[in-house]
Design a protein around this ligand. Structure first.
Ligand code: 5GP
Ligand code: ZN
Length: 115
């Protein structure tokens, strides 16, 4: 299940530390190490899949349920006015970690994020 040399598999296994904001049996949500905006988190399925093409349907549907749950908590706690969901597949699309993940990027009038 764990893919060798996958950063996110190592984070899920606890071999690399991360700031976890949500966790259940299938998903982990962590702070992005290079945040595009304050509060930027990434939603990661525990079962390795390289990208959307390889993701099982069950993980795909649960990923959005987890994203929604965390998005609502972020709105309440950060007081952000909006949020971008971003999900990259393949190097040409900007994917740098080959373990499926969804970015949640809180947005406000003052930020300078380009996504
Ligand atoms: P991608 O470019 O593949 O869509 O997104 C990968 C994201 O993972 C990037 O935003 C990058 O900052 C983040 N990232 C890469 N390595 C680590 C790490 O070791 N810990 C955390 N928390 N985030 C990471
Ligand atoms: Zn992985």
């Amino acid at each position: 299940m764990m893919q060798d040399n996958c950063i996110f598999c190592k984070i899920i296994a606890g071999d690399i530390p991360s700031a976890t904001v949500y966790e259940d049996e299938d998903f982990k949500v962590i702070m992005d190490i290079f945040p595009a905006a304050r509060g930027h988190v990434i939603v990661i399925p525990k079962k390795h899949a390289a990208n959307l093409y390889e993701l099982e349907e069950e993980s795909a549907s649960k990923a959005l349920i987890v994203a929604k749950k965390v998005a609502k908590a972020m709105k309440a706690e950060l007081g952000c006015e909006g949020l971008n969901l971003l999900q990259n597949n393949g190097e040409v699309a900007g994917q740098t970690v080959d373990h499926f993940h969804i970015h949640l990027i809180p947005r406000s009038e003052e930020d300078t994020v380009n996504v």
